[in-house]
Design a protein around this ligand. Structure first.
Ligand code: HAM
Length: 426
């Protein structure tokens, strides 16, 4: 038997009702904050992620699904391709490719779709997982750099989580500085790592040289006491980053969006500058980050575009659903009525009636004329239909149908014209 690939899974009904519920709520909230949808390809040029997410990150160095494509000619080697591990890089690529900066204002874009990382699968961690994300990006003159954008995005997230009934989230907030203060901080980190790095894991030994900020991504327990003592980025922010960060906090406080400061939160992607954040949730165990995001003011230029500061986030939809209170069963819709054609030639009559009832937005399941009434009633009750409508020769002649309420067994005869209203009313 061929099975789904390790780390991937099928989403089946009724569970898909939860996914639709979450996506509908997200679309609705995004709409009121004036975000519009972007859909970028799942497949991108590998170098897009190497240059944006960063070669030294776990995502790019260990977790990519990437391969070299065939060239046009049989013997020729082709382009290096990758399944996207995240959607910010693709969105910024599209922003540059389609000159979206020529459009007025800040581009506010959202996406919903699968991402791929070759991680060790466990609860809340998959190789194909889904993100609901958004990016606000544009020329500085359009206000894209403003702390008001950061606060707007964070408040939108708080609103969405509240709307979904997800309580007990914690917003962890940090500023990771910018190109101006980063060299001084890197220097301080390197200096602090010199006496300790020999005792650290191989990854950290390498990171200490190539990209010391990435040391904070280390999960090795023995390294944690060393990491805890490293200098804090908060002490190295330049005046403009400090002012920006203070203003983000001031607006959040005015909006009553609670947050905690966490100066160890650097996020596992290289493109971040200034604001970085995660929302965590207690019920999720080890994989407790429901979502993460931050500013990436230099990313467009890194990818060859114009200056276009931006801020965004991605929600791990799989994890969000794990913390959802609404059960799949409660969200999945059951048929309003089961139509039971009774006897030869009744399939067409039942189909006609089903079409009429569906026009009234009713959920209708159709039986088959070969079924006996007993079988139809059993099936209707197994699938959770509220009513059974019997479509027999006598009913068609009288243009009135036997309507049976399954919860009470009560049966009445209802003229065709009144049937939909009757089913809708209870
Ligand atoms: P990220 O922190 O790598 O950020 O991923 C965002 C969220 O995706 C995580 O908080 C988590 O909920 C979910 N996630 C990540 N990996 C997995 C996995 N293997 N299985 C299940 N869920 C997972 C980004 O991707 C950035 N692009 C976010 C962003 C947008 N920053 C600015 N704009």
């Amino acid at each position: 038997m061929i099975k789904s690939v390790r780390g991937t899974r099928d989403l089946l009904p009724p569970d898909t009702a939860q996914w639709n519920f979450v996506e509908a709520a997200a679309r609705d909230v995004f709409r009121t904050y004036n975000f519009q949808e972007i859909r970028t390809p799942v497949l991108e040029d590998l170098s897009l992620f190497q240059r944006s997410v960063g070669e030294e990150t776990d995502i790019v160095s260990k977790e990519m699904f990437a391969w070299q494509d065939r060239g046009r000619a049989e013997s020729e080697k082709g382009q290096w391709l990758a399944l996207r591990p995240e959607n910010t890089a693709g969105t910024v690529r599209a922003y540059i490719e389609h000159k979206l900066w020529e459009r007025p204002g800040v581009q506010k874009l959202f996406y919903i779709g699968p991402q791929f990382r070759r991680e060790r699968p466990q609860k809340g961690r998959y190789r194909q997982f889904y993100q609901i994300g958004a990016e606000a990006i544009g020329p500085p003159a359009a206000g894209s750099e403003s702390p008001a954008r950061d606060a707007e995005v964070l408040e939108m997230l708080a609103t969405l989580l509240d709307r979904l009934g997800i309580q007990d989230w914690t917003l962890q907030l940090n500023s990771v500085g910018c190109a101006n203060d980063r060299p001084r901080y890197h220097q301080a980190l390197r200096a602090a790592l010199v006496p300790a790095v020999a005792k650290m894991c191989d990854d950290c030994q390498r990171r200490a040289v190539t990209n010391p900020l990435r040391v904070f991504d280390c999960k090795v327990p023995e390294d944690q006491p060393i990491i805890a003592k490293l200098p804090s980025i908060a002490d190295y922010l330049d005046d403009s980053c400090r002012t920006h960060f203070t203003e983000v906090q001031r607006i959040l406080t005015a909006l009553s969006v609670p947050f905690v400061l966490n100066d160890r939160l650097v996020r596992g992607l290289d493109y971040y500058e200034r604001t970085a954040f995660e929302f965590t949730h207690g019920s999720l165990g080890a994989q407790n980050a429901i979502l993460g995001g931050g500013r990436y003011d230099g990313l467009s230029e890194t990818l060859g575009g114009p200056r276009a500061p931006g801020i965004g986030f991605a929600i791990g939809e799989d994890r969000l659903i794990l913390s959802l209170k609404e059960t799949a069963e409660a969200l999945a819709k059951k048929p309003d009525a089961y139509l039971a054609p009774l006897g030869p030639g009744m399939n067409a009559e039942a189909a006609k009636l089903a079409r009429d009832l569906r026009h009234h937005d009713l959920i209708i399941e159709l039986g088959d004329e070969s079924f006996r009434l007993k079988k139809s009633l059993e099936t209707a009750s197994k699938i959770g239909a509220r009513y059974v409508v019997i479509v027999g020769e006598n009913e068609v002649k009288a243009d009135a149908f036997a309507l049976k309420k399954l919860s009470t067994g009560e049966q009445v005869t209802v003229p065709r014209a009144e049937l939909a209203a009757r089913i809708l009313s209870a």
